[in-house]
Design a protein around this ligand. Structure first.
Ligand code: C2E
Ligand code: CA
Ligand code: CA
Length: 312
């Protein structure tokens, strides 16, 4: 058990009971944000921030009910130019603010317990897309779509059943869904994590480690986790054309993947020169603006038809 304390000092300027309680409550929230077991004083700036967060939370809840969220898709292409998969990336089609990128709302959705609902929307869109591509007969069974899994979902014991429920409603096989997790999710109780991942893998899903290289990975444990793929973070790909360390780090990650028998994807590839260099380095596939920006479902289907094999 831990204790988080919020303190509001009452004076002549501030004697409305409801306000005092509200301010003390927001100070307590700050203590919680510090990790708990601490005390904080009321801070008007923090109050404004909290009010904004609460507004955003209300707006997300409204937007879920109004069907404003959907998945966009960004293709992944092998070094021979074959489209081998796509990553689903959530977007918020806001009536007044336009298309909003996930960095602006994912963390809040996670904090306020709304992430599962958003994830269900993304998974449902993935299933609809796979069914459409199947109906057009333009994908084979190797084609898979990646979904980003957040920390709270990954820790929830219901992850496997949620995934299985949705895909079976759409008659999709689990091998066509790849779960992207980050390195930090692999810290903590390692045996428990391996066990949970093994169960999900046994159902037929595969795992990919996203943003690889940016977090702390324990290399001895890496081989113990049932993952199939590493995604080299864009920050390293940005430097792959620099002589020296940029190139060496990418080569090191590629060599590591090969020695652990994992496939390796380069993220955020924007230039043809990067692609050519990565090809000589034996990366397996790439994803990035060079191939395409993320697209709506309809645009993706059109793009896929025109680019079943992408020419370089
Ligand atoms: P991520 O998983 O690392 O996704 C890659 C991000 O890089 C995407 O941003 C993508 O649009 C962008 N990107 C791809 N290629 C390029 C490129 O060549 N150049 C540049 N500059 N950017 C590129 P996006 O869609 O804004 O997503 C940001 C992050 O939000 C994602 O990072 C992921 O962590 C999170 N996210 C997205 N969708 C979901 C979701 O459905 N669930 C969860 N839990 N998180 C999501
Ligand atoms: Ca990702
Ligand atoms: Ca990434």
């Amino acid at each position: 058990m831990s204790c988080s304390i919020g303190i509001c000092i009452a004076n002549e300027m501030n004697l409305v009971t409801d306000n005092i309680l509200k301010y003390a409550d927001s100070a307590m929230y700050r203590s919680k944000m510090k990790g708990g077991n601490s005390y904080s004083f009321y801070d008007p700036e923090l109050q404004t921030l909290l009010e904004k967060l609460t507004e955003l939370e209300t707006d997300i809840t409204r937007a879920i009910a109004c069907n404003e969220f959907c998945a966009y898709f960004q293709p992944q292409v092998s070094m021979l130019g074959k489209v081998i998969g796509a990553e689903a990336l959530i977007r918020w089609n806001h009536p007044s603010k336009g298309l909003i990128a996930p960095n602006e709302f994912i963390q809040i959705a996670e904090q306020y317990g709304l992430i599962q609902q958003l994830q269900n929307i993304v998974l449902r869109d993935i299933c609809v897309l796979i069914n459409r591509l199947n109906a057009e007969d333009i994908i084979d069974e190797q084609f898979s779509v990646s979904i980003n899994i957040s920390q709270s979902q990954f820790s929830a014991s219901t992850l496997k059943s949620e995934l299985l429920n949705t895909i079976s409603n759409f008659n999709i096989g689990p091998s066509q869904i790849k779960l992207e997790i980050t390195e930090s999710m692999l810290s903590g109780d390692i045996d428990n994590t391996i066990q949970q991942m093994a169960e999900i893998k046994e159902s037929g899903f595969t795992f990919s480690i996203d943003d690889f290289g940016t977090g702390y990975s324990c290399l001895t444990h890496l081989s113990a986790f049932p993952v199939k793929e590493l995604k080299i973070d864009k920050s390293f790909i940005d430097k792959v054309l620099d002589d020296g360390t940029g190139f060496s780090i990418v080569q090191m990650i590629i060599n590591l993947s090969k020695s652990l028998d994992l496939s390796v994807v380069a993220e955020g590839v924007e230039a043809l020169e990067q692609f050519k260099t990565l090809k000589t380095m034996h990366v397996d596939s790439i994803q990035g603006y060079l191939i395409s920006k993320p697209m709506s479902k309809n645009d993706y289907v059109k793009w896929h038809k025109d680019n079943v094999t992408k020419e370089f």
